[in-house]
Design a protein around this ligand. Structure first.
Ligand SMILES: *[C@@H]1O[C@H](CO)[C@@H](O)[C@H](O)[C@H]1NC(C)=O
Ligand SMILES: *[C@@H]1O[C@H](CO)[C@@H](O)[C@H](O)[C@H]1NC(C)=O
Ligand SMILES: *[C@@H]1O[C@H](CO)[C@@H](O)[C@H](O)[C@H]1NC(C)=O
Ligand SMILES: *[C@@H]1O[C@H](CO)[C@@H](O)[C@H](O)[C@H]1NC(C)=O
Ligand SMILES: *[C@@H]1O[C@H](CO)[C@@H](O)[C@H](O)[C@H]1NC(C)=O
Ligand SMILES: *[C@@H]1O[C@H](CO)[C@@H](O)[C@H](O)[C@H]1NC(C)=O
Ligand SMILES: *[C@@H]1O[C@H](CO)[C@@H](O)[C@H](O)[C@H]1NC(C)=O
Ligand SMILES: *[C@@H]1O[C@H](CO)[C@@H](O)[C@H](O)[C@H]1NC(C)=O
Ligand SMILES: *[C@@H]1O[C@H](CO)[C@@H](O)[C@H](O)[C@H]1NC(C)=O
Ligand SMILES: *[C@@H]1O[C@H](CO)[C@@H](O)[C@H](O)[C@H]1NC(C)=O
Length: 882
C-alpha cells in the first residue's frame, strides 16, 4: 500500500504548493492594487489591474522570484503621488528589494514596515516623506542598503533603534535630522558607507564608542551638519577608509599627525570648518590621496615640499586659509593635478615656470595672494585650463594682459579682478570663445571694449567696471547681438559715452545691468521698461541721461533695484513703476523729476530705500488711506524739493533697521549678491563712502523743502531712527519732548526753521546723539547740559538769540550753577576716522544719500555667483563632490 501511494506524495505536494503559490500571487496582486488605488492616478501603473492579475510578474516595476512571488518592486521615478500607509506590508513575504526613489510620496513611514522581513534593499530617497523615522525600520535585520535621503524626515529617539548587523550602506543625507550622532549606527558594524550629509546633526564626535566598531567603513560623509569639537580621534581606527568628508561643520583644532593611519584615503574633504595650525607632516604620507579639500579653514604655515609625495593628487584646494611662504618646488611635480586653488592665502614669491608642467590642470586660482611677477609664459601651455583666477595680486603682471592668454582656448572662467593691469584689452581675448565669465573689474584698462566681446557668444557674466575704458556704446554694438546668454553686464565706473541703443532690449537674458558712473547721455529707449520683466537690477546712476523715465513697466516687472540718481531725467515718475512690486531700492535723486509725490509709491510694499532728493517735486504729501504704508522702508530722502504742507512723518512710522543682505537667486539658480547699497557722503568736497553696515541706519531726510506746521508727535514713535533731518523748512512750534523716545538717534538736524520754545531737557536721554543742529530757529531758554549735550559746541545753537548757557557765551539770567567746563570735541579723534560728526559738518541742503551701486559681494571681494560657479565647475570635473 505504502509503496502504491508513495509516488503520489510529490505530485500532491507540488499541487498544494502551486495552489499556495497562486493564493499568494493573488494576495500580492490584490495588495498592490489596494495600494495603487490609494495613490493619485498614474499611467505608469496601467499594467497593474485586476484583469491582468495573471501577469503580475510582468507588471510595471514588479519582479518575481522563480516561484512567481514578488521579490522586487522598483518604481524609481514614476511620478507617483500618495502615501505609504496603504502599502501591504504583511503581503510580500519574499520581497527583498523596494525602490520608491524619485517620486512624490509624502507622509510618514509606517511602523508596519517592519513586516517586510526579507528586505535587503530599501530606497525611499528623493520623496517628501516626513515625520520621525520609526524605529521599526531598524527591525529590518536583513537590510544591506538603506537610503532615506532627500526627504523631510525628522530625528526619532535613536535609542529605540536596534543595531543593524548586516547593513552595509546607510544614507540619511538631506533631511532635517537634528540630534546627536545616532547611537545605533555605532553598533551596525558591517557598515561600509555612511552618509549623514546635510542634516542638522550636532555635538562632538570625540567619544570613544562612536566609530570604534565600524572597522569596515570605507566612506564616511558628514558634510553640512553642525558637528563640533576637535578632529574625531577614533576616525584613525577606520583603516579601510577611502573617503572622508567632514566639510561644512564646526570642527576645530589641528589635524593630528595620526592621519597617516588612514593609508587608503583617496578623498579628504575638510573644507569650511575652523581647523587651524600647520598641516601635519604625515598628511603627505597618504600616498593614495586624490582629492584634498582644505578650503575655508584657518590653516597656516608654509606648505612642505613633501607635497610632491602625493603623486596621485588631482585636486588641491587650499582656498581661504592663512598659508604663507613660497610655493614648494615639488608642487609642480604633481602631474595628475586638475584643480589647484590657492585663492585667498598669504603665499608670496615668484611663480615658477615649472607651473607649465601641470599639463592636466583644468582649474587654477592663484588669486588674492602676494605673488610677484612676471607671470611665466609657461602658464599659457596649460591648454586644458577652463578656469583661471589671478585676481588681486598686486605684482603678478607687468602692466598689460599677456597676449599668451589667447592660447587658453578652453577657458570658461577668467578672473583678473584687481590685478593692477593697464593698457588695452588685447584682442586675443576674443579667441576665448568658450568664456562664460570675464571679470576685469578694478584695473586700469583703457581704450574701447568693442569688437573683442562680440566673439564671446557664451558669455554670461561680463564685469569690466572701475577701469578707464571709453568708447561709444551706441556705435560699438559689441554686446547686443547674438548674446543669448548674457545675464550680467557691469560697465560701471568707466568713461563710456553715447546713448543706450534700443538693441539693449533684445538681450532678454539680462538680469543685471549696471552702466553707472559713465558719461552716457541721451534718452533711454522706452523698451527698457519691458526688459524689466527679466531684469532684477538696473543702475544708471551718475551719467547724463535725459528725457523721461520709460513708461512701459509691465505687471510682470521683476525689478528689485532701480537707480537713476544724478542724471537729467525730467517729467513725471512713470506710474507704471507701481507694477514693480518687488522694488526694494528706488533712487531717482538728483534729477529734474517734477510733479507731486507719486501716491502709487505706497503700493510698493517691499520698498526699503526711497530717494527722491534734489528734484522738482512739489505739493503736499497727501494722506492716503493706506493701513500700513511702507512696511519695510528704512531710508527715505525727499530733501531739496518743493514739498509743502505738514510733515508726512506718519507714513514712515514703520521704519526699522534690518539685517537683510541684498541678494537673490534667479530661476537658473545663479546667485547675485550685493552688499547694502553704498551711500556716498560728501564731506567738505571729499567723498566718503559708508559701505558697511548701512542696514543699521534708518534715515529720514526731509530737509530743504517748504514743510509747514509743527513737528508731529508721531515722530516720537520712530524709535529705530538713526538720522532725522528736518532742516531748512518752515516748521513752527516747539520741539516735542517725545523725541526722547528715538533711542537710536545719532544725528538730529532741525536747523533753519522757525521753531520756538525751550530745548526739551528730555533730549539728554538720547545717548547715541553725536550731531545736533538747532541753529537758525527762535528757540529760547537754557541749553540742557547733561549727557551728550555736554559734547556739542556752539555751532549747534547759533542764531537762536534767546538761548543761553554753555556752550554759548550768553549766560542765563538766573543760573546759579558754576561755569561748566565745556566738553570739547576731542581733537585727537578728529583724524581720518569717519564719524557722523565729520560727515555732517559743513553741509547745506540735501546732505546724504544717492545710492551708488554695490556688488561688493561676499567677503573680500569674491562674488557669490563666482564661488557658486566654481563649485558647479568642480562638480562637473569630479565624479564625487561632497
Ligand atoms: C510582458 O509585457 C510585455 C509588454 O509590456 C510583453 O511584450 C511581454 O510579452 C509580457 N510578457 C509576459 C510573460 O507576459
Ligand atoms: C535592488 O534594486 C535596485 C534598483 O533596481 C538595484 O540597483 C539593486 O542592486 C537591487 N538590490 C538588491 C539587493 O537586489
Ligand atoms: C506586523 O504584522 C503583524 C501580523 O500581521 C501585526 O500584528 C503587526 O502589528 C505588524 N506590525 C506593525 C508595526 O504594524
Ligand atoms: C540611495 O543610496 C544608495 C546607497 O548609497 C545608492 O545605491 C542609491 O543609488 C541611492 N538612490 C538614489 C536614487 O540615488
Ligand atoms: C545617498 O543618496 C543620494 C540620493 O538621494 C545619492 O545621490 C548619494 O550618492 C547617496 N550617498 C551615498 C554616500 O551613497
Ligand atoms: C529616548 O528613549 C530612552 C529609552 O526609552 C529614554 O530613556 C529617553 O528618555 C528617551 N529620550 C528622549 C529625549 O525622549
Ligand atoms: C563656511 O560656512 C559658514 C556657515 O557655517 C558660512 O557663513 C561661510 O560663508 C562659509 N565659508 C566659506 C568660505 O564658504
Ligand atoms: C596675511 O597677510 C595679511 C595682510 O598682509 C596680514 O594681515 C596677516 O597677518 C597675514 N597672515 C598670516 C598668517 O601671515
Ligand atoms: C572672431 O571670430 C572670427 C571667426 O571665428 C575670427 O575670424 C576673428 O578673428 C575673431 N575676432 C577676434 C577679435 O578674435
Ligand atoms: C531686436 O528684436 C527685434 C524684435 O524682436 C528685431 O526686429 C530686431 O531685428 C532685433 N535687433 C537686433 C539688432 O537683433
Amino acid at each position: 500500500m505504502a509503496h502504491f501511494v508513495k509516488p503520489c506524495y510529490p505530485l500532491l505536494f507540488v499541487f498544494f504548493l502551486s495552489l499556495l503559490q497562486s493564493i499568494l500571487t493573488t494576495q500580492e496582486g490584490e495588495a498592490l492594487l489596494k495600494w495603487k488605488n490609494s495613490l493619485a492616478p498614474s499611467s505608469f501603473l496601467d499594467s497593474w489591474s485586476l484583469t491582468n492579475l495573471d501577469n503580475l510578474c510582468n507588471w510595471t516595476g514588479i519582479t518575481c522570484n522563480s516561484a512567481g512571488s514578488v521579490s522586487k518592486i522598483n518604481l524609481f521615478e514614476k511620478q507617483l503621488d500618495g502615501m505609504l500607509s496603504e502599502f501591504g506590508y504583511t503581503s510580500f513575504p519574499n520581497l527583498n528589494n523596494l525602490t520608491l526613489a524619485y517620486n512624490f510620496f509624502s507622509g510618514p513611514i509606517p511602523p508596519a514596515i517592519e513586516n517586510l522581513t526579507q528586505l535587503q534593499y530599501l530606497d525611499f530617497s528623493n520623496n517628501y516623506l516626513d515625520g520621525p523615522i520609526p524605529f521599526q525600520v531598524s527591525h529590518l535585520q536583513s537590510l544591506l542598503i538603506l537610503n532615506l535621503s532627500q526627504n523631510a524626515l525628522q530625528a526619532p529617539n535613536w535609542s529605540h533603534f536596534s543595531p543593524m548587523p548586516f547593513l552595509r550602506i546607510l544614507n540619511l543625507s538631506h533631511n532635517p535630522l537634528s540630534s546627536k550622532f545616532p547611537n545605533f549606527i555605532s553598533n551596525s558594524h558591517s557598515l561600509t558607507h555612511l552618509s549623514l550629509n546635510y542634516n542638522e546633526f550636532t555635538g562632538d564626535l570625540v567619544s570613544e564608542s562612536i566609530f570604534a566598531n565600524l572597522h569596515n567603513l570605507q566612506v564616511l560623509s558628514l558634510v553640512g551638519n553642525s558637528f563640533e569639537g576637535s578632529f574625531p580621534p577614533d576616525i584613525f581606527k577606520l583603516s579601510k577608509l577611502k573617503h572622508l568628508s567632514l566639510s561644512r561643520n564646526k570642527f576645530s583644532g589641528s589635524i593630528p599627525n595620526d592621519i597617516r593611519l588612514l593609508c587608503d584615503l583617496e578623498y579628504l574633504y575638510l573644507g569650511n570648518n575652523s581647523f587651524e595650525g600647520p598641516l601635519p607632516p604625515n598628511i603627505f604620507k597618504l600616498s593614495k590621496l586624490k582629492h584634498l579639500f582644505l578650503w575655508g579653514n584657518k590653516f597656516s604655515g608654509s606648505v612642505s615640499n613633501d607635497i610632491g609625495l602625493l603623486s596621485e593628487l588631482e585636486t588641491l584646494d587650499l582656498r581661504s586659509n592663512f598659508f604663507e611662504g613660497t610655493l614648494p618646488p615639488n608642487l609642480f611635480k604633481l602631474s595628475k593635478l586638475k584643480i589647484l586653488s590657492l585663492y585667498e592665502n598669504n603665499f608670496s614669491g615668484f611663480i615658477s615656470k615649472d607651473i607649465g608642467l601641470l599639463s592636466e590642470l583644468e582649474s587654477l586660482d592663484l588669486g588674492s595672494n602676494f605673488f610677484e611677477g612676471p607671470l611665466p609664459p609657461h602658464i599659457f601651455r596649460l591648454s586644458k585650463l577652463r578656469d583661471l583666477g589671478l585676481s588681486d595680486n598686486r605684482n603678478l603682471f607687468e602692466g598689460s594682459i599677456p597676449i599668451g592668454l589667447g592660447l587658453l582656448t578652453n577657458l570658461m572662467f577668467l578672473d583678473l579682478y584687481s590685478s593692477n593691469l593697464s593698457g588695452y584689452i588685447p584682442s586675443e581675448i576674443g579667441n576665448l570663445k568658450l568664456l562664460v565669465l570675464l571679470d576685469l573689474r578694478s584695473n586700469q584698462f583703457t581704450g574701447p571694449l568693442s569688437k573683442i566681446i562680440s566673439n564671446l557668444t557664451n558669455l554670461i557674466f561680463l564685469d569690466v567696471s572701475y577701469n578707464s575704458l571709453s568708447g561709444n556704446i551706441q556705435s560699438d554694438l559689441w554686446i547686443y547681438n547674438d548674446h543669448p546668454t548674457l545675464e550680467f553686464i557691469n560697465l560701471g565706473g568707466n568713461h563710456f559715452t553715447g546713448e543706450l541703443p534700443t538693441t539693449i532690449c533684445n538681450v532678454t537674458s539680462l538680469s543685471v545691468l549696471d552702466l553707472s558712473n559713465n558719461e552716457l547721455s541721451g534718452a533711454l529707449p522706452n523698451c527698457l521698461g519691458n526688459l524689466a520683466d527679466g531684469l532684477l537690477f538696473i543702475n544708471l546712476a551718475n551719467n547724463q541721461f535725459r528725457g523721461t523715465v520709460p513708461t512701459t513697466f509691465s505687471r510682470s516687472c521683476q525689478l528689485t533695484y532701480l537707480n537713476m540718481d544724478n542724471n537729467e531725467f525730467e517729467g513725471l515718475l512713470p506710474p507704471s513703476l507701481e507694477n514693480c512690486k518687488h522694488l526694494r531700492i528706488l533712487d531717482m535723486g538728483n534729477n529734474k523729476i517734477g510733479g507731486t509725490f507719486p501716491s502709487w509709491l505706497y503700493v510698493l510694499g517691499e520698498l526699503e530705500v526711497l530717494v527722491l532728493r534734489s528734484n522738482k517735486l512739489y505739493g503736499t504729501i497727501s494722506a492716503r488711506s493706506i493701513e500700513d504704508p511702507f512696511p519695510k522702508l528704512r531710508i527715505v530722502d525727499l530733501s531739496n524739493n518743493q514739498f509743502t504742507g505738514h510733515l508726512p512723518i506718519q507714513y514712515f512710522k514703520n521704519m526699522k533697521s534690518t539685517d537683510n543682505l541684498y541678494s537673490y537667486e534667479n530661476d537658473r539658480g545663479i546667485y547675485y549678491a550685493y552688499d547694502e547699497a553704498a551711500v556716498p557722503l560728501t564731506v567738505k568736497g571729499t567723498e566718503y563712502e559708508v559701505r558697511n553696515n548701512l542696514h543699521i541706519y534708518t534715515i529720514i531726510d526731509l530737509s530743504c523743502n517748504k514743510f509747514l506746521g509743527e513737528i508731529p508727535k508721531v515722530t516720537g514713535e520712530l524709535i529705530w531712527l538713526a538720522l532725522l533731518n528736518l532742516s531748512h523748512n518752515s516748521l513752527t512750534g516747539p520741539i516735542p519732548s517725545l523725541l526722547r523716545n528715538m533711542k537710536e538717534l545719532q544725528s538730529l538736524d532741525l536747523s533753519s526753521n522757525q521753531l520756538t520754545g525751550a530745548i526739551p531737557p528730555q533730549l539728554t536721554a538720547l545717548t547715541y546723539l553725536e550731531v545736533l543742529n538747532l541753529s537758525g530757529n527762535h528757540l529760547s531758554g537754557e541749553i540742557p547740559q547733561k549727557g551728550q549735550f555736554s559734547t556739542f559746541n556752539n555751532d549747534s545753537y547759533l542764531g537762536n538769540s534767546a538761548l543761553c548757557g554753555s556752550p554759548l557765551t550768553k549766560k542765563c539770567a538766573n543760573t546759579a550753577s558754576p561755569p561748566q567746563e565745556v566738553g570739547n570735541v576731542d581733537e585727537d579723534d578728529a583724524g581720518d576716522e569717519l564719524t557722523w560728526e565729520a560727515i555732517l559738518m559743513g553741509y547745506g541742503c540735501g546732505l546724504i544719500c544717492g545710492l551708488s551701486s554695490a556688488y561688493i559681494v561676499l567677503k573680500l571681494g569674491k562674488p557669490w555667483w563666482f564661488v557658486r560657479y566654481i563649485e558647479v565647475l568642480q562638480l562637473k570635473l569630479m565624479k564625487r563632490y561632497a
